[in-house]
Design a protein around this ligand. Structure first.
Ligand SMILES: NC(=O)c1ccc[n+]([C@@H]2O[C@H](COP(=O)([O-])OP(=O)(O)OC[C@H]3O[C@@H](n4cnc5c(N)ncnc54)[C@H](OP(=O)(O)O)[C@@H]3O)[C@@H](O)[C@H]2O)c1
Length: 245
């Protein structure tokens, strides 16, 4: 095993998670690329990173909504790394739930993936993070503070993750730092809003454009690697949108 810093990024096969993994890898970390269903994208990213630096990236599959999946993922981290310097809780489910039609399975799916998963993953990896004097970055959402219409359960899951960031920073210090990054509009979801809705969102963004996954990745790298005196903070990376919602 190498003496390089180590990072586990959940939901790392594509989009923001992949960009974050690349940024941490560029900064010299070995990375565990977690995925659930996006196997081919995850393996492609692992190959790409290993071509840059041999034995520096590893894939790990797990469904984070199940306790078994969390245990499996922690086991994979331990198989590859002697300690864990950085855990990025990025994986997330996102879809609307309308009061009157919400199903119990949707509540479980959103809360288990977005809140219970991150909490118990920290618990599973506590010793590994402690050994490293490591830190946790939770990827939240500016809608943890102000609701997104039609997405109450998703917003509640992210509000819980915001409180978890503060509560665990208090509980796990001084040995482990815990911070969060709250993206604004970065990448549209698979079921893209229509042009009018996109325009309405962009009108609230002070910088008048969507952000990029690289904007989130560099905020994560800052908190994880360059901010030894910062804990319990949540950095909005949203082009100023939270000033206007
Ligand atoms: N995109 C944005 O503009 C935006 C805005 C605000 C906040 N955010 C937050 O930023 C983070 C990244 O956003 P994104 O749009 O890149 O995310 P995404 O594509 O919606 O999801 C990232 C990954 O999460 C994984 N995932 C979901 N549920 C899982 C489960 N139960 N177990 C294991 N993996 C699971 C999926 O992995 P597989 O594909 O392998 O199944 C998925 O690829 C998320 O936390 C999101 O809430 C994003």
């Amino acid at each position: 095993m190498s003496s390089r810093k180590t990072a586990l990024v959940t939901g790392a096969a594509a989009r923001i998670g992949a960009e974050t993994s690349k940024a941490l890898h560029r900064r010299g970390c070995d990375v565990l690329i977690h995925y659930n269903s996006s196997e081919s994208a995850a393996l492609k990213l692992v190959d790409e990173l290993n071509a840059e630096r041999a034995e520096s990236a590893f894939p790990a599959q797990a469904d984070l909504s199940s306790p078994k999946g969390l245990e499996q993922l922690a086991g994979e981290a331990r198989k590859h790394f002697e300690r864990l310097d950085i855990l990025v809780n990025n994986a997330s489910r996102f879809y609307p739930t309308v009061m009157g039609q919400t199903k119990a399975w949707q509540w479980d799916d959103l809360l288990n993936s977005n809140l219970r998963g991150p909490y118990f993953l920290v618990q599973e990896l506590l010793d590994d993070l402690q050994t490293a004097g490591g830190n946790v970055i939770n990827i939240i959402d500016i809608h943890a503070e102000r609701p997104m219409p039609g997405h109450a359960v998703y917003c509640m899951s992210k509000a819980g993750l915001a409180m978890m960031t503060q509560a665990l920073a208090q509980e796990l210090g001084p040995s482990i730092r815990v911070n969060g990054v709250s993206p604004g509009a970065i990448l549209w979801p698979a079921n893209e809003p229509d042009t009018q809705e996109k325009q309405a969102i962009l009108e609230k963004v002070v910088l008048e454009r969507v952000g990029s996954p690289a904007d989130i990745a560099s905020a994560v790298a800052y908190l994880a690697l360059d901010a030894p005196y910062v804990t319990g903070q949540i950095l909005a990376v949203d082009g100023g949108r939270s000033l206007n919602v």
